[in-house]
Design a protein around this ligand. Structure first.
Ligand SMILES: [Zn+2]
Ligand SMILES: [Zn+2]
Length: 346
């Protein structure tokens, strides 16, 4: 079989290797489609702190089950599945308390270990979830990023509250949709890019504002007339967090979803004096992931138009160059492995 290997910054090779063998509790998957996210671009550029070259990339995927080990009961050969790509150890302090997403031995496919950028892949049965035949591949491949939004909404305890989501890329958009689906009273999303604001409008998010050349405080005032109960940061840029702290009212909950790649100077007194609750957010728990699968299968999530470009397996280098260069513009770049059973899909 073939696999993609990132060998050095900005270098993606395709190599021949053996199809991996599987144990009693494992499944052999044939990958069908993967999505590229910011993390993959970081890995491609050699800028992710937790990776080493060479690595086989990608963690957002849809696959067909080829074979199952003798103790696998949750999926059958031939079924299509989505993959929960965050492997947890099951026995550390976090895992034992149900925070497997914050596992001390955190292992994301395609970062800390080899990922889905291969024709075949073997994984433990606990990480695969059957999905309906009716679900197009281009939607199924978005379940993983949507699960991040579900976790953020859970962290923000959004039910019945006014939520401002800062940043309307794929994760921001999905976070805002998840907030609505989990019962938020009002959801406002903002972005500097008019394209992303328009996308948010099409997605049915109730208040979508352009934050270009205005402060988040102005944005929130227009949306709610006051400060929000919950602010979810889906940007992760230096200029954003100080503005969020400026906007926050007393006791506001702040959830940081965006990946900060450098330290940020903040006024900690704002957190102390206002009794702000600042939460981190890393991927999702197994429960969040199941919820995400369920909401997507029930067609509750708007997912049209998120795929901005599609590449074939042998175009790995081209795809990653494209994704890296078009970071600000793209919603989601995907790779089609060209193996779907049915040609008319997604
Ligand atoms: Zn991702
Ligand atoms: Zn653990």
């Amino acid at each position: 079989m073939k696999k993609i290997v990132f060998t050095a910054p900005r270098s993606a090779e395709i190599r021949e290797c053996e199809i991996p063998s599987y144990g009693a509790n494992e499944v052999l998957l044939q990958n069908e489609r993967i999505g590229v996210c910011g993390t993959d671009i970081q890995v491609f550029m050699g800028r992710n702190r937790y990776m080493q070259f060479p690595v086989t990339p990608f963690h957002e995927g849809v696959a067909r089950v080829v074979k199952t080990g003798k103790d696998v009961k949750n999926v059958k050969a031939g079924e299509r599945v989505t993959i929960r790509p965050i492997l947890s150890c099951g026995h550390c302090y976090s895992c034992e308390r149900g925070h497997e997403n914050a596992c001390e031995n955190f292992n994301c496919l395609g970062v800390q270990s080899d990922g889905l950028g291969a024709e075949y892949f073997v994984i433990d049965k606990h990480y695969v979830y059957p999905i309906s035949k009716k679900c197009p591949l281009d939607q199924a491949v978005l379940i993983e990023p949507f699960a991040v939004g579900v976790h953020a909404a859970v962290r923000g305890k959004v039910c019945g509250r006014r939520v401002l989501v800062v940043g309307a890329g794929t994760i921001g958009n999905f976070t805002a949709q998840a907030c609505g689906l989990l019962g938020a009273k009002q959801v406002c999303i903002c972005d500097l890019s008019e394209d992303k604001v328009k996308m948010a409008e099409r997605s049915g998010i109730s208040i979508c504002l352009n934050s270009h050349s205005r402060t988040l405080t102005d944005v929130a005032k227009e949306a709610f007339g006051t400060f929000p109960d919950v602010i979810i940061d889906c940007v992760g840029a230096k200029a954003v967090l100080p503005q969020i702290l400026e906007l926050a009212g007393k006791t506001t909950d702040i959830v940081i979803v965006g990946n900060y790649s450098e330290p940020v100077l903040i006024d900690a007194a704002k957190i102390q004096r206002n009794e702000l609750n600042v939460y981190g957010n890393i991927t999702y728990t197994e429960e969040d992931f199941r919820k995400a699968v369920e909401l997507v299968m029930d067609q509750k999530v708007y997912m049209d138009g998120f795929i901005s470009a599609k590449f074939q397996f042998d175009q790995a280098q081209e795809m990653m160059d494209f994704a890296a260069e078009n970071r600000g513009i793209n919603m989601k770049v995907v790779m089609d492995y060209g193996v779907s059973g049915c040609g008319k899909e997604g």
